[in-house]
Every structure is written in structure tokens, then in C-alpha cells.
Design a protein. Structure first.
Length: 295
């Protein structure tokens, strides 16, 4: 049924005069009459009856008026919801992140901006491993992933977008011989056990640290692997070796841990955003556009 008829009917019910109804709608009076006749034909009952000074609602018309108004309200709500959804203002966006990435100020700042600009979008946040993120993204269980570079080999269906970059620090025990230095090189700790995040080969901070060691021509005496950057800091503070972590982690401190800037030109960790290349949802597009503005 044409919702124009509903709108015309509601206005006519308010005016109780086809002429004034036509004026409010900006159409000719015969058009109003034709629409009401068509509406009554489709409904199968009369909604108006003529009286000396205009029209009045029939009993059935009075009942129908209440429901017609509700239908128009719902239709307008549906249109508004569709428009908001097309702008990324409705729906749900599932975002995964590596645990250390949540400590980077850029991520919470981006999510705050997004939540303020798109209050109708429900955000779901999950802290999961890099490999789990990639699997969940491919299976469409999440929409966006924030992870530390490198993300490893990815199929063409996954799109990688740069997001942020953070300097790296060497973390060591306060009793370490290098604890008093302003900066530390990898050669300074080449004979130490290196504590690294146990990322899959070619993926994440664990691989990034391996890359830097190769570039510096350093082969650690031994390697201690742990699940995340918090473990790297904890075990370094305990004197079990030295680690390399994003500088943002130093803000949170850890008793016994000392952080020294890594003296290396490219001593940084990059966070990237992974999305499905074929994802054209407005929520994902809006998040990526805001992320681009952060850079």
C-alpha cells in the first residue's frame, strides 16, 4: 500500500476538509479525492463521509487513523535508521586487538572518537592473539583487527592499513649493568638472554625484534619466549634476560624494570589495521577514515 495515501489520509483527518488538505500538501484538490478513493478501495471500507461543511471520519476511519499514524511513524523511523546505517551510525562493529596495542594511546582515542560520532553503532572489543585475529577476520567473526606489524603473509582478501608507530625500548632489571645508561644498543646486550613475545614466525612484535637483531648483526646468546609484552617486562625486571617492548608500556611501570630507548634508527613498532578487502560496510569505512585522520 502506498504510504502517500496514509499521509494524505492523516492530514485530511486533521483538517476534515479536502481543500485545506490539498493546500497543506501542495497538490490539487482532485488529487486528494482520488487518493482517498484509492485508499478506501484498497482497504475495503469507507474512512470518510461527506457532511455539509466538509468531511468527517467514519467509525472505521477513526480506528484506522490511530494505526495509520503509527504506521507513518514506523516508516519514518525505518527510513532514518536506513540512512544512519548507511553512514555507519547503526549496527555492530566487532574489533579485535593484540593486548599491547590497547596500551597505545591512538587506539582508545580512535574508539572514543568513533563512539562519539557513531553512537548508534554497538562496539564489541576482543583481546586475542594475532593468529586468532586473522582467522576470525577471514571467518567473518570480527570486522577489524589491530595488530603489531608485520602481520605475516595474508591472502588478497585481507587488507592491511598502517595505523600508528611507536619507538621501542630495551627493558632490563634495575641491577643490570646498562641500567644507568641513557640509551642502549642491541650490541650492548648481545651476550644476554633475549626475552621475546612468542608470536608465530613472520608475525608481530616477536618477529620485529628478530628483524632488528639481524639488521644489527646481533645473535642473542639464548631466547626466552613468553606470551605477551607484559611477560617480557616481568621477566626482564626479574633479571631473567632483556627484552624489547613498545615505549608506551614504560608509562605503566613495573617494579624492578628499567626502560632505555633503543639506539637504532628504525627501532620502532608499527600497529596496522587488518580488514576484509571486500568489506564495504559503512561502519568499517567510517572507522578506517577516522584512523587515516589520526596519522
Amino acid at each position: 500500500m502506498d504510504f502517500r495515501y496514509f499521509r494524505t489520509f492523516v492530514i485530511a483527518a486533521e483538517e476534515l476538509h479536502f481543500g485545506r488538505t490539498a493546500e497543506r500538501l501542495g497538490i490539487a484538490q482532485p488529487a486528494v479525492t482520488q487518493q482517498m478513493k484509492a485508499l478506501e478501495t484498497q482497504l475495503g471500507f469507507k474512512v470518510f463521509q461527506r457532511v455539509r461543511r466538509g468531511i468527517e471520519l467514519t467509525g472505521a476511519g477513526a480506528v484506522f487513523l490511530e494505526h495509520a499514524r503509527a504506521a507513518l511513524t514506523q516508516a519514518e523511523t525505518a527510513v532514518l535508521a536506513g540512512r544512519r546505517a548507511s553512514r555507519g551510525e547503526l549496527g555492530k562493529l566487532c574489533i579485535a586487538y593484540a593486548s599491547s596495542v590497547a596500551l597505545e594511546p591512538e587506539l582508545p582515542a580512535l574508539l572514543k572518537r568513533f563512539a562519539q560520532a557513531r553512537p548508534e553503532v554497538e562496539l564489541e572489543l576482543r583481546a586475542i592473539s594475532v593468529q586468532a585475529q586473522m582467522n576470525a577476520l577471514a571467518d567473518e567473526r570480527i570486522d577489524v583487527a589491530f595488530l603489531r606489524s608485520p602481520p605475516g603473509p595474508q591472502p588478497a582478501s585481507i587488507r592491511i592499513t598502517p595505523f600508528s608507530r611507536t619507538p621501542l625500548d630495551v627493558v632490563l632489571s634495575g641491577e643490570h649493568r646498562c641500567a644507568g645508561r641513557r640509551r642502549t644498543t642491541l650490541r650492548d646486550v648481545a651476550d644476554e638472554r633475549l626475552i621475546v613475545v612468542d608470536d608465530p614466525p613472520g608475525v608481530g612484535l616477536g618477529h620485529r625484534v628478530t628483524e632488528l637483531c639481524l639488521e644489527a648483526g646481533v645473535e642473542p646468546a639464548s631466547v626466552l619466549r613468553t606470551t605477551d609484552s607484559v611477560g617480557v617486562m616481568s621477566f626482564a625486571a626479574a633479571g631473567l634476560g632483556v627484552g624489547i617492548v613498545p615505549r608506551t608500556l614504560a608509562r605503566f611501570g613495573l617494579e624492578g624494570a628499567v626502560f632505555k630507548p633503543l639506539a637504532m634508527a628504525n627501532g620502532y613498532s608499527e600497529v596496522v589495521i587488518a580488514t576484509r578487502a571486500y568489506d564495504r560496510s559503512s561502519g568499517t569505512r567510517a572507522l578506517l577514515e577516522m584512523a587515516a585522520q589520526e596519522r
